[in-house]
Design a protein around this ligand. Structure first.
Ligand code: SAH
Ligand code: SF4
Length: 461
């Protein structure tokens, strides 16, 4: 969500002449887009802002702005604590940013704008193709809704991003069309709970929206995140079978395997219901990849509750998980719960859980060795690779991209390709998987009709 917001900020400020600069030492404006979801993310914001004080002393005309969830949460406390900050703008103030910056440029004043509204102001005029990108994007996020009404007891999102509000389907479809025109081949539709898209406003349902996006010519892949298990409908399950552009991957955060903890989290589903949904998804689409989020050390989580989470991981065999130590967030109900878990215990549980999951991730990845996977090329990989060829050991450049199931693949080019078929960013390539690691796969591109060919070697000095 923050990546998308940062991109919106870039687009909004382009007409005022601001461009992304790789060095913040030389920048005229620094915007720190912040995340408040866990304590650690918030601590990072303040240590980073602290480091900018020197820069501001040396260059008083530099404008420093803080946006996002920490800005929304802390408001004027930020410039009080960090006087070198000129602007604080909340999660609903992004559209007002050009005006706020203009005012600071003209009046050299300090501003705090954390007003929230129930209406999403559309950025219709600010389209991807208006940006002069030297390196066009292949894949892009598109926010379809804002905020959340679920109030899970640990979560700060409903407080800092406000009530759930959906964008109009026409506006989403237009944005995707503009992105496709600019070279984007894959979109990830974003919301805190995409399954409830449009319900409040009586717009299209989420599967109906998917069907509209699925019809867009030139778009190759659709992904979405995040789905709340309580709202995962049969129509959405069927969409994985019926919509050709929808990727075989679902991120379905379970948070805990213990019914007692799920209740205390206010998740509104049971372990049994979650497992039922996983069964439905796999019966409908057997090769679907499933990933999840898990919180360890929620207040009152006993060793037995934690064991139930480990059991659930064994039962589901996720393709991957994001796991987090529970941390108190300001004003959320769980911050007031008793029986907090000691930091060391949380660390130990996190490690045990990650160790267990690693076995399943590796197992799933290994099962792909020898198969051919369609990969959307996102660019050159940072790493080069050593391989032996007939004469000598040489280094190859590697390309990187993702499978339909969202697994990262680094690969080298097969020499058998005809020149027009050379790999480049944005191409869809058939890759034979040769090796599996815990977080990625590697292989080489192959001809669709498997000609035996020598490896292409781009020898690097
Ligand atoms: N809307 C998504 C989650 C968004 S937040 C959903 O409902 O699944 C991303 C993840 O951060 C959550 O899934 C949760 O695992 C984690 N998280 C949220 N609040 C947290 C907290 N206080 N401590 C630790 N992890 C937290
Ligand atoms: Fe937070 Fe729960 Fe909403 Fe996800 S569904 S954003 S975890 S309150």
């Amino acid at each position: 969500m923050n990546v998308y917001d940062s991109e919106q900020i870039e687009k909004l400020l382009a007409p005022s002449g601001y461009k992304i600069n790789s060095s913040f030492e030389a920048a005229d404006l620094i915007i720190v887009n912040t995340c408040a979801i866990r304590e650690k993310a918030e601590q990072k914001v303040f240590s980073f802002l602290g480091r900018l004080a020197d820069l501001k002393r040396k260059r008083p005309n530099l404008i420093i702005g803080v946006g996002g969830c920490v800005a929304q949460q802390e408001g004027k406390k930020i410039p009080e604590r960090m006087p070198h900050v000129d602007l604080v703008f909340g999660t609903h103030a992004i559209n007002r940013l050009p005006y706020l910056i203009e005012k600071i440029e003209a009046e050299r004043c300090k501003l705090v704008d954390i007003e929230m509204s129930e209406v999403i102001e559309e950025l219709e005029s600010v389209i991807e193709s208006s940006l002069d990108r030297s390196d066009p994007k292949v894949t892009s996020f598109v926010t379809i809704m804002r905020g959340c009404d679920n109030f899970c007891t640990y979560c700060v999102v409903p407080y800092v991003r406000g009530r759930e509000t959906s964008r109009f389907p026409e506006s989403i479809v237009n944005e995707v069309k503009c992105l496709v025109k600019s070279g984007v081949q894959e979109v990830t539709l974003l919301g805190q709970n995409v399954n409830s898209y449009g319900k409040k406003e009586k717009l299209n349902s989420f599967p109906q929206l998917l069907a509209r996006v699925n019809e867009i010519d030139g778009l190759f892949r659709i992904r979405f995140t995040t789905s709340h298990p309580k709202d995962l409908s049969d129509d959405l399950v069927s969409a994985f079978k019926n919509m050709d552009k929808l990727c075989n991957h679902i991120h379905l955060p379970v948070q805990s395997g213990s019914n007692k903890i799920l209740k205390k989290m206010n998740r509104k589903y049971s372990r049994e219901l979650y497992l039922e949904k996983i069964d439905k998804l796999r019966n409908n689409c057997p090769d679907i990849a499933v990933t999840s989020d898990i919180i360890v050390g929620f207040p009152g989580e006993t060793k037995a509750d934690f064991e139930e989470t480990l059991d659930l991981i064994k039962e589901v065999e996720f393709d991957g998980i994001f796991a987090f130590k529970y941390s108190d967030r300001p004003n959320v109900p769980a911050a007031r719960f008793t029986n907090k878990i000691a930091e060391q215990e949380k660390k130990d549980r996190l490690q045990a859980l990650l160790n267990l999951q690693e076995c399943f991730t590796t197992k799933k990845n290994r099962a792909l060795i020898g198969t051919n996977e369609l990969v959307l090329v996102e660019g050159l990989s940072k790493k080069k690779v050593d391989r032996d060829d007939a004469q000598s050991k040489c280094r190859y450049v590697q390309w990187t991209g993702r499978t339909e199931t969202n697994k990262v693949v680094n690969f080298i080019q097969d020499e058998g390709v005809i020149p027009g078929d050379r790999i480049s960013k944005g191409k869809i390539v058939n890759v034979k998987i040769e090796k599996a690691y815990s977080h990625s796969l590697s292989g080489k591109s192959v001809q669709r009709f498997e000609r035996r060919t020598k490896l292409c070697c781009l020898k690097l000095a």
